[in-house]
Design a protein around this ligand. Structure first.
Ligand code: FEO
Ligand code: CA
Ligand code: CA
Ligand code: CA
Length: 642
């Protein structure tokens, strides 16, 4: 590829970049940084909260820790000079009132109690300083997702004696937490009681807004208006806006549905199967039987926005951002002040999207942004073989998304986003997960976690953006929008790194990491110093065996995009995924989520032997392994990672 954009990582190991190439890349990056500053100063552009002051990096970051070894131990390990503590575990009271129910280690808490406690399977997380608009690094709100449940651990006797109460408890273990946290002398605690503390669950009333609200396909027997749905599900990664709201994204929602009737084409396109994926909700909550309620699935698969500073505020499903298996929703400021939201659809051979708002963001009146995400344009990415790329508009009446093309109106285009993207010929990717926007340059990075079906018989073959058949280790792609404007319609891209194990017997699986080995990158985040944090989600079914025999438990690494070096920073306990990362504004406290410690290959534990894989974090005396938010600090109180 030759596209005037540093292409220092290719599949060909012999094509490792020479020094001059790296130097050239660094120089061009510095120039880009300078021009970003100049542009921001000249144009007085609005900058996002938590982003860079004066258009540059808030801090300049360089890797300052000694990388650690892979680990199969049942513990969290971090580099020398760092310490960790556990802050908020599944079942811990959220703290919205005094005297809330404590966690019962035998998992005998009721459904009603679960609705007042941390959900299961912590995922995306954000820190909002308190008070609103401040940059406090000692007091704030932590807002996080609870992606899904392991019913083997959630109930004292697992799936035995399955009941409406158990279904309700599982629904209440989904959604989000808002907790108030405070630091004193480097020690963080959850503030209880807190007027902000809140749980959003699989049954919280949620308003539906945007072009698909009220559409015929959104109406159900329980909601003839098509404008209100109960609950948000499978909230994977997240996003946040400069006006202080949280975005929570519905990923594998299809798995909660089963069907006693015929599946529609859209049910099948979204992965709904007659038997469902083992959650068994339809047995006691009939809206999860897509045969009886064929439109209920249309009400999931959206990006949901809510205001964490107002515990009474009703969350809103923003249909203008499309309906897919949304991994997350990541904001970037357009050059003219509109909001851009990048979106990945995490399923094999699905797409990368972006939404550009119609209106500009108000940085002075947060209420003026209340409905900003209801009006705008959705695009899907096409990656050209020559390193260029374009954003294709998904608007009814354009690009043959019309009656002749089988699309009735814009609501139809948005409800069937994947079908619309199929129709316009977007590029089928290797499972787009998190997207990270560099705080100064606006360069965008996206993890493509893995895709073992790439190049398999009857499936799409390799292309330049997804260049490896049987891609079990995944890669990280990146792009630069024309003019460094996130709203641009064209971009240039290259591959930042092909993940792999440099010791692998199969040369095609070694990747080209400059530094420590990893595979299945998922969580991805730039800190304010421009360091790139990478979290892995190797499926429990392959962890520590086969291709992954040498890579240990799931881990978190930190990359310097100027040198390309990637260093291992954290290894997790057994059976976990590492996902969710944020720091306080001063960079001195990092919050990371440890998801599903102790998960078995079947993803559902045996309640008679809950410690079969892990006892983290409570140890053998605790009843069950528990997902948890951990705090990472440097012993000397310095900026994490540097
Ligand atoms: Fe929930 Fe795509 O990870
Ligand atoms: Ca993920
Ligand atoms: Ca994943
Ligand atoms: Ca996960």
């Amino acid at each position: 590829m030759s596209h005037g954009y540093s292409n220092r990582t290719t599949l060909n190991a012999s094509a490792n970049p020479g020094f001059s190439e790296i130097l050239e890349a660094r120089i061009s990056r510095r120039q880009l940084l300078k021009s970003a500053v100049a542009l921001a100063v000249a144009g007085g552009l609005p900058l996002p909260l938590g982003g860079c002051a004066a258009g540059g990096l808030r801090r300049e970051g360089r890797l300052g820790f000694k990388g650690i070894a892979v680990s199969t131990a049942d513990t969290v390990r971090v580099p020398q000079g760092y310490r960790t503590s556990v802050l908020y575990r599944w079942g811990d009271p959220v703290g919205s009132a005094a005297g809330m129910p404590a966690f019962k280690p035998d998992a005998s808490n009721s459904a009603a109690e679960q609705a007042l406690q941390a959900g299961m399977h912590h995922d995306g997380i954000h820190y909002f300083p308190l008070p609103y608009g401040s940059d406090s690094s000692a007091h704030g709100l932590l807002v996080m997702n609870h992606e899904y449940t392991d019913d083997g651990l959630l109930h004292a006797d697992g799936f035995a004696n399955w009941s409406a109460e158990k279904v309700r408890k599982a629904q209440n273990a989904h959604g989000c937490s808002v907790i108030e946290v405070r630091q004193q002398g480097g020690q963080w605690n959850v503030v209880q009681p807190s007027k902000y503390a809140r749980r959003v669950t699989g049954n919280t009333p949620i308003r539906i807004s945007g072009p698909a609200a009220g559409a015929a396909a959104m109406k159900t027997a329980a909601d003839p208006s098509g404008a209100e749905v109960l609950g948000t599900l499978n909230n994977c990664a997240h996003g946040y806006t400069p006006w202080g709201t949280y975005l929570t994204c519905e990923e594998n929602w299809d798995g909660y549905f089963a069907s006693s009737g015929a599946l529609t084409a859209d049910h099948r396109r979204n992965g709904i199967s007659p038997k469902g994926r083992g959650y068994r909700w339809h047995e006691f909550d009939e809206r999860f039987d897509a045969g009886r309620h064929p439109n209920e699935p249309n009400r999931f698969g959206w990006v949901v926005e809510f205001d964490p500073f107002d515990p009474q505020a009703r969350p809103v499903k923003r249909t203008a951002l499309g309906r897919t298996s949304h991994e997350g929703a990541w904001y970037a400021p357009a050059a003219d002040g509109r909001a851009v939201i990048y979106l990945g659809d995490d399923r094999r051979f699905e797409y990368i999207y972006k939404f550009v708002s119609r209106d500009r963001v108000s940085l002075t009146d947060r209420n003026a942004n209340r409905d900003l995400l209801d009006h705008g344009t959705l695009y899907v990415a096409r990656f050209h073989e020559d390193g260029g790329g374009e954003w294709i508009e998904l608007t009814h009446g354009k690009n043959r998304l019309d009656a002749a093309g089988g699309f009735a109106d814009q609501a139809d285009v948005l409800i069937r986003t994947r079908a619309a993207a199929d129709a316009v010929g977007a590029t089928k990717m290797d499972r787009p997960e998190w997207i990270a926007v560099h705080p100064a340059t606006r360069e965008v990075y996206c993890t493509l976690t893995n895709n073992s079906a790439r190049g398999a018989k009857g499936r799409p073959g390799v292309d330049a953006a997804n260049p490896r058949a049987n891609n079990v280790f995944g890669h990280i792609i990146r792009w630069r929008e024309d003019g460094n404007d996130p709203a641009a319609l064209k971009f240039k891209w290259d591959i930042f790194v092909m993940a792999g194990d440099s010791q692998h017997a199969d040369a095609g699986k070694r990747g080209n990491i400059k530094g420590d080995a990893f595979g299945s990158p998922d969580g991805l985040w730039f800190d304010d110093g421009g360091l790139l944090w990478i979290q892995t989600d190797v499926s429990t079914s392959v962890l520590n065996k086969g291709d992954y025999a040498n890579l240990g438990n799931n881990q978190m690494l930190c990359g310097d995009i100027d040198t390309g070096e990637i260093r291992r920073f954290l290894t997790g306990p057994r059976g976990c995924e590492i996902t969710g990362i944020i720091t306080t504004p001063d960079g001195r406290t990092m919050f990371v989520n440890i998801q599903h410690p102790g998960e078995t290959a079947s993803e559902r534990n045996d309640p008679r032997n809950p410690h079969a894989v892990s006892t983290w974090p409570d140890g053998p005396a605790g009843g069950r392994p528990r997902s948890a938010t951990i705090v990472i600090r440097k012993d000397d109180g310095g900026v994490v990672g540097t």
